[in-house]
Write a protein that binds this ligand. Structure first.
Ligand code: MSP
Length: 511
């Protein structure tokens, strides 16, 4: 059955409809999953929705629905978006599913048996929108939430606590001996310092609302949303019932998340797992946040980017490309219409799209559309760049350095454009004595396009598939295995290619 690779996104709250931030994480995880599949892994890619908690309860009250009705309605927006964005998730988890409740209770039970849960009293300042409690000293002026700036409410209530403090030393040792556990490195340092500063026990139950999983030992209390939510990552791989499956996929290879929810994933989650004697995930990667035209994205500013709208206008592949090309994964970035248009017209329509069109048009004109023989001639630089790009792609994707991965691919695109200008096949075509050179040059370009289709497939699945078909293949490029097809010289001589059709139409910058 081969090596496994398990990648996750956060599960998204259903009190809000999907926006560019959700799309970003999910697309990044999708690229990783698609690449790993092509690299021969038995990959499991999970996404889903986080449906419990006070925020959802409140949103439901406001829209006059039950929380379940709200969840059932909003979940469709997420599922629909993933379909539209060509997301290849293997499962979709909802925290209101029975399988999930079972897993949460099993995890809770383990902590209970360890003596890691006790009844205490919680006193703190609560921010409803963030579902976060803050201590007096953490608050901003006017007792405002340090995360979102909105007013907090003072809450004092009995609560069950998880003995997180017990795991401080172990977590610290784990961090120190696994510097790749949290990425990028700046985030690792942030977490290391936080854990060095000491871990306090964590309040994990609430009595102030009902929409959650009741504690078996005290049903007046429902479980705090993060204990519930984080467990999704093990529910979906069979915890606690399906041992074989669980052992196959767990621990996860990578939790991809946004920087705002790093502490939950890199501190709380590992301590829950330690308490339950379960292995820790191998890596937690926190990406940055998008602003929109230079401003923080928010409902009140009315500048929330709706991925349905953007892809209606610009197409799915360009959107996927832009998000991963524009900003190094891990840093913050700015989404603007002009930057998107610029990338589409430059990188996609001009550099890549025209390249493919020119090569295929010449193949048609000079060879009736059939792949000419290679003669192993004049391939030096193209071949070595293609091989370099393939190799770098593997390393960059494994590091989640998507921007660099795309840059490596574009090194080949740029080289091919130069190669065409330098070898000028249209000139060779005029000279009968240069037939062999003409054949070689076009073979090299077509072969490089084949490798480009393979490399682009995780990022832009539809465009890559179209290019693949234009090169005369009738298979699915996403089902290709890099080990088998990712080598120079495999394009069959004589294969009938298709006449070019534009891969990426240019778009007008309406400003
Ligand atoms: N339900 C929790 C996650 C539980 S995981 C066990 C949650 N949900 S969320 O819907 O609020 O956010 C999900 C993700 O969207 C987070 O990773 C967050 O970083 C990301 N983003 C929200 N706004 C964003 C931007 N403006 N830019 C990039 N990502 C952003 O948190």
């Amino acid at each position: 059955m081969g090596r496994t690779f398990y990648v996750t996104t956060p599960i998204y709250y259903v009190n809000d409809v999907p926006h560019i931030g959700h799309a970003y994480t999910t697309i990044a995880a999708d690229v990783l999953a698609r690449y790993k599949r092509m690299a021969g892994y038995d990959c499991f890619f999970l996404t889903g929705t986080d449906e419990h908690g006070q925020k959802v309860e409140k949103a439901a009250r406001e829209s006059g629905e039950t929380p379940q009705e709200l969840a059932d309605r909003v979940v469709e927006r997420f599922k629909g978006l993933w379909k539209r964005l060509n997301i290849s998730n293997d499962d979709f988890i909802r925290t209101t599913q029975e399988r999930h409740k079972r897993a949460v209770l099993a995890l809770y039970q383990r902590a209970w048996e360890k003596g890691d849960i006790y009844l205490g009293e919680y006193e703190g300042w609560y921010c409803v929108p963030c579902e976060s409690f803050w201590t007096e000293t953490q608050l901003e002026e006017g007792r405002r939430c340090p995360s979102c700036g909105r007013p907090t409410e003072k809450v004092k209530e009995p609560s069950y606590f998880f003995r997180m403090s017990r795991y401080q030393e172990r977590l610290l040792r784990h961090l120190e001996s696994n510097p790749d556990f949290v990425q990028p490195p700046s985030r690792y340092n942030e977490i290391l310092n936080f854990v060095r500063g000491g871990l306090r026990d964590l309040s994990i139950s609430r009595t102030g609302f009902r929409w959650g999983i009741p504690l078996p030992n005290d049903p007046e209390h429902v479980l705090y949303v993060w204990f519930d939510a984080l467990t999704n990552y093990i529910t979906a791989v069979g915890f606690p019932d399906d041992r074989e499956r669980f052992e196959r996929y767990w621990p996860a290879d990578c939790h991809i998340i946004g920087k705002d929810i790093l502490r939950f994933h890199a501190v709380y989650w590992p301590t829950f797992l330690m308490s339950a004697d379960l292995p820790l995930p191998r890596r937690v990667f926190a990406h940055g946040w998008w602003t929109v035209e230079g401003k923080k994205m928010s409902k009140s500013a009315g500048n929330v980017v709706d991925p349905y709208q953007v892809t209606d206008e610009f197409g799915v592949d360009p959107f996927r490309y832009f998000l991963l090309r524009e900003v190094p994964f891990g840093l913050d970035g700015d989404f603007s219409r002009s930057a998107l248009v610029h990338r589409i017209n430059g990188d996609l329509a001009n550099d890549l799209g025209n390249l493919a069109s020119r090569v295929l048009a010449m193949t048609k004109r000079y060879f009736g559309g059939r792949v000419p023989p290679s003669h192993d001639l004049m391939d030096g630089q193209v071949r070595s760049q293609a091989e370099r790009s393939l190799k770098e792609l593997d390393r960059h994707i494994s590091d989640l350095a998507f921007q660099q991965a795309l840059t490596s691919i574009w090194d080949l695109v740029d080289l091919l454009n130069k190669y065409l200008d330098e070898t000028a096949p249209w000139g060779l075509a005029k000279d009968e004595g240069k037939r062999r050179e003409l054949e070689a040059v076009l073979y090299n370009c077509l072969e490089a396009l084949r490798l480009l289709a393979i490399m682009l497939s995780p990022f832009m699945p539809s465009a890559a598939q179209r290019l693949w078909e234009m090169l005369g293949f009738d298979s699915k490029v996403e089902e290709a295995r890099i080990e088998e097809v990712g080598r120079w010289g495999l394009l069959p001589e004589g294969q009938q290619t298709q006449p070019p059709s534009p891969l990426f139409p240019r778009v007008e910058d309406k400003g």
